[in-house]
Write a protein that binds this ligand. Structure first.
Ligand code: NDP
Length: 336
């Protein structure tokens, strides 16, 4: 029987669990916020489900729970952040303010983050930029889990990217956020936990043969979506992250991994663009017309609409948490 809790309770549990593990107030706040936003939007694989992994990476000594990110103003359009082996949510939050200022004053700006532990969903990282009227991209890599198209050995991370477009007054931004793996690793872990098969094409078992058993894929390698096309996107994400930041590529992150079940020391980059500076004041109405055409096209929907519907629901009703996870989270929070 899953537990029913409010979003406030979710945030409090996450904050207490992280604080108990020795995570500093600033880091625990940023991480609890990220986790709660994932739960609010029904992104279960990146909500409380990630909490034990964060705690494990503190216990193993991999991540620095008190790290203060170093934000450097590199150039009129460039921000660089060294996460100093801390967790990504604080590094992102600290750098994003400067990134947004630069994008507004220059029209476009880029931020690269290295040396930060991340295995979160990406849309919460760019939604605040789009809420300020900016078009935004973000890319993050992970330790190697995925073979390139035609390969059998893990090289790339599961390497998601997300894109956000602001909308007219009162509307949440349109955001898509997708792994370049055929199936996000969190989804594989949940399918393995719950004993479900996954769709064909998700990965190869340790014997190098295709399988739909998530437990076998977790022992073997994942595959990109769409064959060589997804593989090229995963390659681009490696170059936009480990490449542009000077941080870890997926295979370098894997070499750094302490086998603690937690996140990896990876890299992330952002591009923020002021669309009204480029396209003029007609930008919001022009994109809205495209969205309306899409929405009147058969069963088509906008990416992110499932999340936003969940957000409206959970704001009223709260969330449910699978019972074993709930017990674990309460224990980590010291609420036995
Ligand atoms: P999904 O395949 O579930 O969804 C990808 C995107 O497609 C979402 O924006 C989703 O919107 C949209 N979408 C889904 N169905 C439709 C549809 N029918 N029409 C239009 N749009 C649609 O996500 P993934 O499994 O690829 O990734 C899940 C999460 O995992 C992401 O948040 C990603 O950032 C995260 N991740 C994190 C990693 C890390 O190391 N940090 C690594 C890999 C993944 P909606 O949400 O509204 O359904």
């Amino acid at each position: 029987m899953p537990a029913a809790i409010s979003l406030e309770e979710c945030r409090a549990l996450a904050f207490e669990a992280l604080s108990n593990a020795g995570v500093s107030r600033a880091n625990a706040d940023a991480m609890a916020d990220h986790i709660t936003r994932a739960e609010a939007d029904a992104c279960k694989s990146h909500g409380l489900f990630r909490l034990p992994g964060y705690v494990a990476s503190v216990k193993s000594g991999a991540a620095d729970p008190g790290a203060e990110p170093d934000v450097v103003d590199m150039a009129p359009g460039l921000v660089s952040v060294d996460g100093r082996r801390g967790f990504a949510p604080l590094a992102i939050a600290r750098g994003r303010t400067l990134l947004a200022e630069k994008a507004r004053s220059q029209g476009v700006a880029c931020m690269a983050i290295r040396n930060a532990f991340n295995f979160a969903a990406l849309w919460p990282d760019i939604e605040p930029l789009a809420e300020q009227g900016l078009v935004a991209f973000t890319f993050v890599n992970s330790r190697s889990f995925m073979a390139p198209a035609g390969g059998t050995e893990a090289l790339f991370g599961t390497n998601p990217m997300a894109f956000a477009c602001p909308r007219g007054a009162g509307r949440a931004p349109m955001i898509f956020d997708q792994a370049s793996a055929a199936t996000a690793r969190g989804e594989l872990q949940i399918a393995a936990r719950d004993g479900h098969a996954v769709a064909p094409g998700a990965g190869l078992g340790p014997d190098g043969k295709p399988t739909t058993d998530p437990a076998e894929i977790l022992k073997g390698v994942q595959l990109p979506f769409g064959g060589y096309k997804g593989s090229s996107i995963a390659l681009m994400v490696e170059l936009m992250t480990g490449g542009l930041s000077g941080g870890n590529f997926g295979h370098e992150s894997a070499a750094d991994y302490k086998h603690d079940g937690g996140p990896s020391n990876v890299a992330q980059s952002f591009i923020a663009i002021d669309p009204v500076r480029l396209a003029g004041p007609g930008f919001p109405a022009h994109v809205e017309e495209l969205f309306e055409r899409l929405l009147s096209n058969g069963e088509a929907r906008l990416p992110g609409d499932r999340r936003l519907a969940a957000r409206a629901r959970t704001g009223e009703e709260g969330i449910t948490v699978e019972d074993t996870l709930y017990a674990t989270v309460r224990e980590l929070a010291g609420r036995t």
